[in-house]
Write a protein that binds this ligand. Structure first.
Ligand SMILES: [Zn+2]
Length: 124
């Protein structure tokens, strides 16, 4: 099951401006992670099979796909949560700042495109 949650966060700049907001976070259940991992493995093995028939480049692509496929599958299985692409408001210049992360949310640091300040996003 895919569960979506809104987490209260605060955005702080190095010079002390601060605002509050909410961050959308997606949580993957164990079954959903297994489904995503198996889907990636299927696509990887399918591509590997297609690569077998490509002359010359199959010497590189087949071993590469055989190495990458399990790594991607394990990565997807271990990924428990994700911060999807969304906008937050910069506390200094009030511009929209795009934020996203494929890791577990603890703290995100990013740079505002319009005022170049470093923004630190952390849970409240
Ligand atoms: Zn800004």
């Amino acid at each position: 099951m895919v569960e979506e949650n809104l987490k209260p966060i605060s955005t702080t700049t190095r010079s002390g401006e601060k605002n509050q907001g909410q961050l959308r976070i997606i949580f993957w259940s164990k079954e959903e992670r297994l489904k995503r991992a198996l889907k990636a493995a299927g696509i990887g093995l399918g591509l590997t099979f297609i690569f077998i028939f490509l002359p010359i480049v199959h010497f590189i692509l087949v071993p590469l796909a055989l190495i990458i496929t399990p790594l991607v599958s394990v990565y997807l299985y271990k990924q428990t949560e994700e911060v999807p692409k969304q906008n937050l408001i910069c506390p200094k210049c009030a511009a929209n700042v795009e934020v996203s992360s494929s890791n577990k949310f603890e703290k995100i640091e990013l740079i505002c495109d319009s005022c170049r300040s470093v923004l630190e996003i952390s849970a409240n």
